[in-house]
Design a protein around this ligand. Structure first.
Ligand code: SF4
Length: 448
């Protein structure tokens, strides 16, 4: 159970009865002005216990127990690929960050002749987005009256992805688990009728187990999860048995709130969501607390926006996505080709690089370290000024590498032109366009 700030304070050195510990009270070594301030930040999960070196062992044990993740981390794996879901600590991304993106799975049935081909296509799908490779996470294989074990084996061989096994029949579940040997799977579902048998299988085959009540009922769900836990299964996933927009949003939000705000350990697990063939519902589940999301079919046109949505929600809002500063060669440039400079905010970099690449024009793109900010933001913050740009030019040896001394700066920072001419004697500073999309035309017109 999470402790309040005052409860935490009572376990810190300022409240200690041991004079050797108490003498450190309010010493500021944790980075906060008082023990009370540190306690408040710990309660809000905006500080780490390790920041205070003077917490007594007994207090540390209590504080660590209370700091245990309110939503358990569940790991699925297959053939070197690992999917981790859970360990979330906040309701809203801007409060801190979301840590583990939900796994996106595609469902195939054991009556589906092309199940293995679909699995192969899912495994092979990857798109690059601002320097990240976005991929799907696994296959959900459903027992639908066909040869379940054979389908699981074929899907496993074709995809090498984590699996979810969908069946309420313990006999089919065991056959599927045997066929999935070597893969850490999620088994769905333990219900009020079969939970003992399913819990036994989950333990025996080291699988995570999804629990599903007869209908959407949080008390029944929490009770079932507790029964399964008491039977020895630690890795539990919740299926609250809702499939529509409104009930899913309400129920998933309630579950998250119960786990995070009320310390309700019985529902402190990731949620399994079924999106059917509705990408909008899948999008809702990505944004609002789905942990494992099953799509009923695979289509690149559907999954691409979902993967991009997920990538955007599950990046740390406090850390801009950056690319490595340095010199990037676009379209095999020669020493006589133009040199442009921009910042290392990845969306800025990819906007410029993509425009250049698709134009076919060769050029050198100097990426200055602007702490991951875009051009105007970095300029306003003093992170993209004449001194930094000149340093980047000199540190990368561009005067020696190129057959000219002309540098194109973004139009948004035209104001830097004079200062740059002073910082880079002998260089000609050209003001380029404000928008990356105008760069190819600018180069064609101005560079010669
Ligand atoms: S490090 Fe912080 S919490 Fe620890 S004793 Fe000093 S002020 Fe208090």
């Amino acid at each position: 159970m999470a402790l309040s700030g005052i409860q935490i304070y009572k376990l810190l050195p300022a409240s200690s009865k041991n004079p050797e510990v108490k003498k450190h009270a309010n010493c500021k070594e944790c980075g906060f002005p008082t023990c009370l301030a540190f306690a408040m930040k710990l309660a809000q999960k905006q500080a780490e216990l390790a920041q205070c070196p003077y917490v007594e062992e007994e207090s540390k044990a209590q504080l660590e127990a209370s700091a245990a993740p309110p939503i358990r981390l569940i790991t699925l794996s297959a053939d070197g690929r690992k999917l981790e879901v859970g360990n979330e600590t906040v309701m809203f991304r801007h409060e801190k960050t979301f840590f583990h993106p939900p796994g996106l799975f595609v469902r195939v049935k054991d009556t589906q002749p092309d199940a293995a081909e679909v699995a192969k296509a899912v495994a092979g799908y990857a798109v690059e987005y601002v320097g990240m490779d976005l991929t799907l996470d696994g296959i959900a294989v459903e027992a639908d009256g066909g040869d379940f074990a054979a389908t699981v084996a074929a899907v496993k061989a074709a995809s090498s992805l984590p699996l979810i096994l969908l069946t309420e029949d313990p006999a089919a579940a065991e056959a599927g688990l045997k066929a999935a040997a070597g893969v850490r799977v999620l088994l769905w579902a333990a219900t009020p009728d079969n939970w003992q048998a399913m819990a036994g299988l989950a333990k025996q085959y080291n699988a995570a187990l999804a629990v599903r009540p007869a209908e959407t009922d949080l008390n029944a769900l929490a009770g079932l999860a507790e029964q399964v836990k008491n039977a020895g299964v630690e890795d539990i996933v919740l299926d609250p048995a809702c499939r529509d927009f409104r009930t899913s949003l309400q129920t998933f939000t309630q579950l998250r709130r119960l786990a995070l705000k009320h310390g309700e350990r019985r529902v402190g697990y990731p949620i399994l969501a079924f999106a059917g063939n509705d990408p909008l519902l899948a999008g809702q589940h990505i944004a609002k607390y789905g942990g494992f999301i099953i799509l009923d079919s695979f289509s690149p046109a559907t999954v691409y926006p979902l993967l991009v949505l997920r990538a955007n929600i599950f990046t740390d809002p406090q850390k801009p996505i950056q690319v490595q500063p340095g010199v990037y060669e676009i379209n095999n440039p020669k020493p006589s080709d133009p040199l442009m400079v921009t910042t290392n905010f990845s969306i800025t970099y990819f906007s410029v690089a993509n425009e250049l690449e698709s134009s076919g024009l060769p050029g050198w793109l100097l990426v200055a370290d602007a702490e991951g900010m875009s051009v105007l933001t970095a300029w306003a913050a003093g992170k993209f000024d004449a001194e930094r740009i000149a340093k980047a030019v000199n540190n990368n040896g561009l005067a020696e590498k190129l057959a000219h001394k002309r540098l194109i700066i973004p139009g948004h920072v035209a104001v830097l032109m004079g200062e740059l001419e002073e910082e880079l004697p002998g260089w000609e500073i050209n003001v380029g366009p404000r928008e990356a999309v105008d760069l190819p035309n600018y180069l064609k017109m101005q560079w010669g």
